[in-house]
Design a protein around this ligand. Structure first.
Ligand SMILES: Nc1ncnc2c1ncn2[C@@H]1O[C@H](COP(=O)(O)OP(=O)(O)OP(=O)(O)O)[C@@H](O)[C@H]1O
Ligand SMILES: [Mg+2]
Length: 237
C-alpha cells in the first residue's frame, strides 16, 4: 500500500574541497509524483541523487520525511548512473534485490520473471552479468528496482545506454510501478522528450542550485530563470 509522505530537503550543501557542488535551500518532493531532474553536465544531479540515497554524505543541512511515517520505514531504491551488474546470471542479479524479503521461492521467481519481462530481458535470464552490453546492464539494474517494494525510487539517467524501443518499454514499466506503488520517483535525464513522457514535475539544477521547479510542461515551455532559458534553448522540444 502506498504511503503518504514528502521528502523535505533543507539547507543541503555538498562540497568537494573548497568547491560547493550542491546548495539547495529548500525542496519538497511528494510521494506519488514522478520528478524529472534536469540540468547540464556537472549541475549536481548525481550528487543530489546520491545524497538522497545515502551513498554520499552531505556537509550541511538535512533530509527529512514529513508525513505519518517513520523515516526508517521509507524504503529507498537507487540506480546509479553506471549500472552495476554482478557476475552471476541475470536472474540471480535481480533475485538478490529481494533475497531478504521473506517471499517464497515460487513468489520470488514469479516476481523476477515478471520484472525481466517488463524490461525485455526474459530471454537473457540465464546469461552472465559480465557478458551484458551497456543497455542490457541498465535493463537488469532497472529490473532490480521493479522487483522491489520501494517508497522512493532514485534513477540516474536510467535509459542513457538504451535504444528507443528499450527506452519506451522501461518507461512504461516505470509508469506502471509508480501507479501501482504510489512511490516518489526522481529521474535524472538529459532527454527533454523523456522528461515530458515520464514526469509530472521537473526540477532543474544549475551549478548545484535549483533554478526551475514546477509542472514539467511549464518548466520546459516557460522557464523563469536566465539559467533555465539558456539551458533549454539547446533542447529540441
Ligand atoms: N568525488 C568528487 N570529487 C570532486 N568533485 C566531484 C566529485 N564528484 C562530483 N564532483 C563534481 O561535482 C559536480 C557535480 O557532479 P554531478 O556528478 O552531480 O553532476 P551531474 O549533474 O550528475 O552531471 P552529468 O550530467 O554529467 O551526469 C561536478 O562538477 C563534478 O566534477
Ligand atoms: Mg550525473
Amino acid at each position: 500500500m502506498a504511503k503518504q509522505f514528502s521528502v523535505h530537503i533543507d539547507g543541503m550543501k555538498k562540497r568537494y574541497g573548497s568547491r560547493t557542488v550542491l546548495s539547495i535551500d529548500s525542496l519538497m518532493l511528494d510521494a506519488g509524483v514522478t520528478y524529472a531532474l534536469i540540468g547540464s553536465n556537472g549541475s549536481g544531479k548525481t550528487t543530489l541523487l546520491r545524497a538522497l540515497a545515502g551513498t554520499s554524505k552531505i556537509n550541511e543541512g538535512r533530509v527529512g520525511v514529513v508525513g505519518p511515517v517513520e523515516r526508517n520505514d521509507v524504503r529507498v531504491g537507487y540506480m546509479p548512473q553506471k549500472a552495476y551488474v554482478f557476475g552471476y546470471t541475470v536472474e540471480k542479479n535481480v533475485e538478490m534485490a529481494i533475497a531478504s524479503s521473506g517471499l517464497s521461492r515460487q513468489e520470488s521467481h514469479k516476481r523476477v520473471q515478471s520484472a525481466l519481462a517488463a524490461v525485455g530481458m526474459e530471454e537473457l535470464a540465464l546469461a552472465r552479468g559480465t557478458t551484458l552490453s551497456g543497455g542490457e546492464a541498465q535493463r537488469v539494474a532497472l529490473a532490480r528496482i521493479l522487483v522491489s517494494d520501494l517508497d522512493v525510487v532514485l534513477l540516474d539517467e536510467p535509459t542513457a545506454s538504451m535504444d528507443i524501443a528499450g527506452t519506451l518499454k522501461v518507461e512504461a514499466a516505470l509508469a506502471e510501478y509508480r501507479t501501482r506503488t504510489g512511490c516518489l520517483m526522481l529521474v535524472a535525464t538529459h532527454a527533454p522528450a523523456q522528461a515530458k513522457r515520464i514526469a509530472d514535475q521537473a526540477v532543474m539544477l544549475h551549478e548545484g542550485r535549483v533554478v526551475e521547479q514546477g509542472p514539467v510542461s511549464d518548466v520546459l515551455a516557460h522557464p523563469t530563470s536566465e539559467e533555465g532559458r539558456s539551458f533549454l534553448s539547446y533542447w529540441q522540444l
